[in-house]
Write a protein that binds this ligand. Structure first.
Ligand SMILES: C[S@@+](CC[C@H](N)C(=O)[O-])C[C@H]1O[C@@H](n2cnc3c(N)ncnc32)[C@H](O)[C@@H]1O
Length: 314
């Protein structure tokens, strides 16, 4: 029989009073077995934001140096940098540090912005967490490249958005370990996606030409516009791109004008953008074909505290 909570509280209070009244020492309650068991895992420690920033920066720097050593064929240097990457915790610790950046108290996960834009474009219903109207049959397919979690905002619409999550290093079930650059090209339309998310992934790629290749490759994985789609899909098929703000605002080789030129050349139109003090978010719709224009490394501005982030399209 379940006793009401108030009754239990009162009874506890009375027993305590009775024991005190008798001047008796309150007998220590026997601990349950589970309390006596040694913990199976240590509670997860939270990194300070300073520490996670240092880990992320060091990983990016070493990763770039490693790619450069490999490009030059300097195997000895590459091996010593690989060792330094491991000493910094490797990809796993880097991912843990990045994941902390997704926690609610540090701004939350970036897919919140994507959901907001899909709702604004009437692709998703704002209140019911469904695809709008009778389009519920049209399940959207989303490829999240660089996925660290299966619980992000974008994953909260399982009836309407079918998620495919990949990462170079899978952290949990539901995320496939796969390099997007090696994912087999779609054999048919059913291997393509309505939405591809590259959130803080492009800046992870150490080589400027590989970044351009990644953006180009996205166009091959997005579905082609299908006029028979029932949903108001004016923003689809779409690329959700998130970059650290300094990549666009403080680089010698990339500014927003150059980024937009690259995307336009690849066949994208800008639908939404948002900037916060740390990040910039873009929603691009694939509206046309790539015009195969090359974009080279070219200085667009200079300054002592600027970075060299760059995207080359070959
Ligand atoms: C900073 S984390 C981004 C995590 C998350 N998307 C976010 O917005 O916080 C970058 C992730 O991208 C992954 N990544 C980079 N290049 C990739 C590729 N070619 N294919 C799959 N994952 C990749 C890395 O393994 C890493 O986990």
């Amino acid at each position: 029989m379940r006793l009401p909570l108030t009754f239990l509280r009162l009874e506890k209070h009375h027993v305590k009073l009775a024991n005190e009244g008798k001047g008796m020492a309150v007998k220590k309650r026997q601990k349950s077995l589970s309390q006596g068991r040694p913990p199976t895992s240590k509670p997860k420690e939270r990194m300070t934001s300073q520490r996670s920033r240092t880990i992320i920066r060091t990983h990016h720097r070493l990763h770039k140096e490693y790619a450069s050593a490999v490009r030059k064929g300097d195997t000895k240097l590459a091996a010593s940098i690989a060792k330094a990457i491991e000493e910094n915790g490797g990809l796993e610790v880097y991912q843990a540090a990045s994941k902390q950046g997704q926690s609610k108290d540090r701004g939350g996960d970036s897919s919140k912005v994507l959901i907001d834009w899909l709702q604004g474009a009437h692709v998703l219903d704002r209140t019911k967490r469904t695809v709008i109207e009778d389009a519920a049959k049209s399940i959207l397919r989303c490829l999240e490249v660089g996925a660290l979690s299966t619980n992000n905002e974008i994953s909260k619409y399982p009836k309407n958005i079918e998620m495919t999550r990949i990462d170079l290093n899978s952290q949990e079930m539901g995320i496939e370990k796969q390099d997007f650059m090696k994912r087999p090209l779609p054999a048919s339309e059913s291997d393509r996606f309505d939405i591809i998310s590259l959130s803080l992934v492009l800046n992870y790629v150490p080589d400027p030409a590989q970044r351009g290749a990644m953006l180009k490759r996205v166009t091959q994985f997005l579905r082609h516009n299908d006029p028979s789609q029932k949903i108001d899909a004016s923003v689809l098929p779409a690329l959700f791109l998130v970059l650290p703000l300094p990549c666009v605002e403080n680089s010698r080789y990339l500014n927003e004008r150059v980024l937009l030129r690259i995307m336009t050349n690849l066949g994208f139109s800008l639908m939404n953008e948002k900037k916060t003090p740390k990040l910039c978010y873009y929603l691009f719709t694939l509206t046309g074909a790539s015009n195969s224009t090359k974009i080279e490394k070219k200085k667009v501005r200079d300054g002592p505290a600027m970075n060299n982030f760059c995207v080359i399209v070959e």
